[in-house]
Ligand binder design. Structure first.
Ligand code: XMP
Length: 533
């Protein structure tokens, strides 16, 4: 059984009490790259359990974990800078197979006394490499294959005992290995989908080199998590922040399986929900619904509107909403009495985009970076923190949550607060709720609902002149946004037939008072984000 304790504000693990010596685990050692969880996810897709831990994890902790293999991630630094993250070179003598990726490959070369320097030509994006297919890492890979590169440094000279196993036009060491010591490295990123045969390379590493059997499945995750939560919580009480979205619903059902009636789900209607959503959530999780949970609905619309009055800056709005949520939960916890834990449905993209660890802040997802600095709970439990959305959905299915709930598109914790550009008012909320209802209804009618990853209406802060009947109008522009995405870290605009968009425009302008223009947002992520704020 694996029991780990997170520092909820940094995401760092600071205590590992027990390890499951029998479960095959690949350790992903995080040196600060953006794709670290993608590496773990690729490994899990090979049916091998993977965990990401910071590079500050000690050798003792690694040995207790007993990993079948270790992957050093990429990272933004140069190995030869004195402040860059390093690791004790003794790790290479543990006999555990290691794969270094990008910065991880350079670190391996540097620590083993090869030479790393600034590359005369940096490589970014798709690059063709020639690989030595007799390497166990490249078994079954085409001799010439496309990979994704992103580096300014390169391995100029491999360490003694290593051989070069891939090259590109500008990179003499696109991969290297010392098979006898089970040490492998790629300058490119096998974990991103743009590396054509990347999944095969990861699979070669975990199966052929690490010797994993691949008997881990998502239901093992669910079972292990339930056991872990039971161990941690014991007879104590927890309060789950339930929004009715996929993540918090899955977290709530998981927790309820683990601790039963010691869990109370609190659903806060902050007045920033989609049309009819408050009643829909109550129908599912409240009395008479399919789940026998302790459920409390708090109608706190006025309280949130008051706090948000006059506030325009997106991060400020997020922090206010995050803080108010916590204060409501604290008040409810006091009423219940002796509640030690707050449970949140945080998932990995929330963590990475809130800029925890080494990465940059994109926006403060309210259940991570939007948390106030002082929270009146002993501990925060985030059982889904290391999963991507589609993995959360899989876990939800394993838990027997009905498809209509698991397949729901995501809705951000701060709700319409981040879909209304600028100040939030009750009037703007009414406009965006009505427009969003129409947009969703029309996409469903057109059979596009299952195709798009996320679609919604937002309200721009722009008012412009129009004419309706014989009158001048000066009203708001609604923004329609629909994106295709699996991991919610990148997204592209959904191709919606023009006739459907026209129908939406007609209905929104005719049926929603206060709107005289409808705009369709074509922006992908990056450079945009999915939500407007
Ligand atoms: P962005 O806008 O960051 O959104 O590209 C990525 C995904 O995250 C959702 N999102 C949030 N989810 N709390 C959440 O639980 C938040 O504060 C939050 N902000 C964005 C967003 O809807 C999309 O699915």
């Amino acid at each position: 059984m694996c029991c780990q304790k997170f520092d909820c504000f940094t995401g760092r693990i600071f205590r590992r009490e027990k390890t499951d010596m029998e479960r095959e685990t690949v350790l992903v050692l995080d040196f600060g790259g953006q794709y670290n969880q993608l590496i773990a996810r690729c490994v899990r897709e090979c049916n091998v359990y993977a965990e990401v831990h910071p590079y500050t994890m000690t050798m003792d902790e690694i040995l207790k974990m007993n990993p079948k293999g270790i992957i050093f991630t990429g990272g933004p630094n140069s190995v030869y800078d004195s402040t860059s993250p390093h690791y004790d070179p003794a790790i290479f003598d543990l006999g555990i197979p290691i794969l270094g990726i990008c910065y991880g490959s350079q670190l391996m070369a540097y620590l083993l006394e090869g030479t790393v320097s600034t590359a005369p030509v940096s490589e970014y994006g798709k690059t063709t490499v020639s690989v030595n297919t007799s390497s166990r890492l490249f078994h079954g890979i085409e001799e010439t294959t496309d990979v994704w590169m992103s580096h300014t440094d390169y391995i100029e000279k491999v360490p003694d005992g290593f051989m070069v196993t891939a090259t590109s036009k500008d990179c003499p060491t696109a991969a290297m290995e010392c098979a006898g010591r089970k040490l492998y490295a790629t300058q490119f990123h096998p974990e991103v989908s743009h590396t054509r045969e990347g999944r095969k390379i990861i699979s070669n590493f975990v199966y052929t080199i690490c010797g994993c059997a691949g008997d881990w499945k998502m239901d093992s995750f669910v079972e292990a998590k339930i056991r872990e939560i039971r161990d941690k919580v014991g007879d104590r009480k927890a309060l789950c922040a339930l929004s009715g979205g996929v993540d918090s619903s899955v977290a709530a059902v998981l927790m309820s399986k683990a601790i039963g009636k010691n869990l109370t789900c609190v659903f806060v209607d902050h007045g920033l929900l989609r049309k009819n959503e408050g009643d829909e959530v109550e129908a599912v999780f409240g009395a008479g619904g399919p789940y026998e949970m302790n459920f409390i609905r708090v109608n706190a619309q006025e309280r949130f509107y008051e706090k948000l009055a006059g506030v325009e800056e997106p991060e400020k709005k997020r922090k206010i909403i995050g803080e108010e949520f916590i204060r409501v939960f604290e008040a409810e916890a006091k009423k219940i009495g002796a509640v030690d834990f707050l449970v949140q449905g945080t998932i990995y993209p929330d963590v990475i985009e809130s800029g925890l660890g080494e990465s940059a802040v994109i926006k403060s997802h309210h259940n991570v970076g939007g948390l106030p600095s002082c929270v009146d709970f002993k501990e925060i439990i985030e059982p889904l923190r290391m999963l991507f959305k589609d993995e959360v959905r899989k876990a939800g299915r394993e838990l027997g949550i009905p498809e209509y709930l698991v397949g729901r598109q995501p809705f951000p914790g701060p709700g319409l607060g981040v879909r209304i550009v600028g100040e939030v008012t009750a009037e703007k909320v009414r406009i965006v709720q009505d427009a969003d209802f129409i947009f969703r209804e029309e996409l469903e009618k057109a059979g596009l609902a299952g195709k798009a990853g996320q679609y919604f209406a937002a309200l721009s802060n722009m008012r412009s002149v129009g004419v309706m009947g014989d009158f001048r109008t000066y009203d708001y522009a609604v923004v329609l946004r629909s994106v295709d995405t699996d991991d919610f870290m990148t997204a592209s605009c959904t191709e919606i037939p023009f006739a459907v968009l026209q129908k939406c425009m007609n209905r929104i302008i005719n049926e929603v008072k206060g709107v005289n223009r409808v705009l369709f947002d074509l922006t992908s992520k990056p450079p945009g984000t999915i939500e407007l704020e």
